[in-house]
Write a protein that binds this ligand. Structure first.
Ligand SMILES: Cc1ncc(COP(=O)(O)O)c(C=O)c1O
Length: 409
């Protein structure tokens, strides 16, 4: 299906009517009257996630108690969900596991990758998501190894020069710029470097084919476009070719080859389970597994196409309002959100929220509109953009109530 940029509300409605993805919206439980443009931060609840959560709490935990580790399949849930995610990122079923947070997984992967790279130097770009920077720098300090904070866009060149380990987002959290995984992987492999991909802003919104791209290591979160719920645990990808040689720095009992043999010393599991550390959060995993059911019948290529078309509509309208777009204008270079700037961005976002149009703000002046294609239509975007235009023209954002900063923006 080819999506176009509608030039009127009627054209937006017509495109929604013919949209193959329009029924996906029924899977979500979004409050009436809300236009949710924050799926790049916290995806909304799905009926299947809420049902799975309720079942895990009220039946499995309450009725089956500790036996549920076996009877309800709790023990295998991290690997089972890994398989659900593998399909979405173009990985083999044995290459993905759910564990911990992205931050912790980046630590584990970077520490495990150091001995496999030509040099142990750890590299991250200065514009990278802050946790990625903090984790790498702390690991370098602990390991007594070089740490390089490369200039924006210079990570791959630095990696080619030093042959170390680079952590890099496949989609930039600020402006949704896309990185070419295949091109960077092939150069890294030639020069003895290892890249760990942060897929947090990519998974569930753009088409990923990690195997075809030659990606070796990755981690990503599940609470954004995968709609796993607040604080849902992260996933970790290790290509089959790397698994045997990868040794986690946090060898907990859940990564042991025989966790219930209670052996005094550690033997890593022969498969991806070796990257697990401690007991998995079953209630969160249950919600996540339910949420992922929504993706089962959906085509990742179509999701990507629609996200980019929705983004094009945001860009066309934002530019018409004279605002500066911070995201790539070329849709093929953009992920699932559009960023633009306004000197009073925080207040503008609060004024939007007051109208039921939920967007987010990133200091100092960036407004982000997430365009999740599963529950947003072209008319929703049209309405949101009319709301934005009205707020700017009437300066209704210029109000004391909108200046008070919340802890989470
Ligand atoms: C690109 C990116 N990396 C890492 C994180 C942090 O993930 P976690 O809180 O699971 O450690 C985020 C969170 O939004 C993110 O956007």
């Amino acid at each position: 299906m080819t999506y176009t940029i509608p030039e009127s509300r009627e054209a937006a409605q017509a495109q929604d009517e013919h949209d193959i993805l329009r029924h996906a919206r029924e899977a979500f439980d979004i409050p009436e009257g809300t236009i949710y443009l924050v799926g790049h931060s916290l995806g909304p609840a799905t009926h299947t996630a809420l049902d799975a959560l309720s079942r895990a709490g009220s039946f499995e935990w309450r009725e089956e108690l500790v036996s549920a580790w076996n009877t309800a399949g709790w023990f295998d849930l991290p690997v089972h969900i890994g398989k659900q995610i593998a399909r979405l990122i173009g990985a083999g079923e044995s290459e993905v596991i759910i564990a911990d947070s992205v931050s912790v997984n980046l630590y584990k992967l970077a520490a495990a990758a150091r001995p496999l790279a030509k040099s142990p130097t750890l590299i991250v770009e200065e514009g990278e998501f802050p946790t990625d920077q903090y984790i790498l720098e702390a690991l370098a300090n602990l390991a007594g190894t070089d740490f390089i904070r490369a200039g924006r866009g210079n990570g791959p060149d630095t990696l080619a020069e030093t042959g170390g380990v680079l952590v890099m987002s496949a989609i930039d959290y600020r402006n949704a710029e896309v990185r070419d995984i295949a091109a960077h992987e092939s150069r890294a492999a030639e020069t003895g470097g290892v890249i760990i991909w942060d897929l947090s802003h990519a998974t569930g919104v753009i088409q990923l084919d990690l195997k075809a791209a030659g990606a070796r290591l990755a981690a990503g979160c599940t609470y954004k476009y995968l709609n796993g719920g607040p604080g849902a645990p992260a996933f970790l990808y290790v290509s089959d070719t790397m698994c045997d040689t990868l040794h986690t720095p946090l060898p907990g009992w859940m990564g042991h080859a025989r966790p219930f043999a209670f052996e005094p010393s550690y033997t890593p599991a022969p498969d991806i389970r070796r990257m697990a550390s401690g007991t998995p959060p079953i209630l969160s995993l249950s919600a996540l597994s339910g949420a992922l059911e929504v993706f089962e019948a959906l085509d990742a290529g179509l999701i990507e196409d629609k996200a980019r078309a929705l983004g094009d509509l945001v860009i066309a309208r934002v530019q018409a309002m004279g605002l500066e777009v911070a995201s790539p204008l070329d849709a093929s270079q953009r992920g699932g959100h559009v960023s633009f700037t306004h000197p009073n961005g925080y207040e503008v976002v609060q004024a939007l929220i007051a109208r039921g149009i939920l967007a987010d703000f990133r200091a100092p002046d960036t407004i982000r509109f997430g365009v999740s294609p599963l529950y947003l239509g072209f008319e929703d975007i049209w309405t949101a953009m009319e709301g934005l235009e009205d707020i700017l023209t009437t300066r209704s954002w210029d109000n004391e109530a909108f200046r008070k900063r919340a802890t989470v923006t």
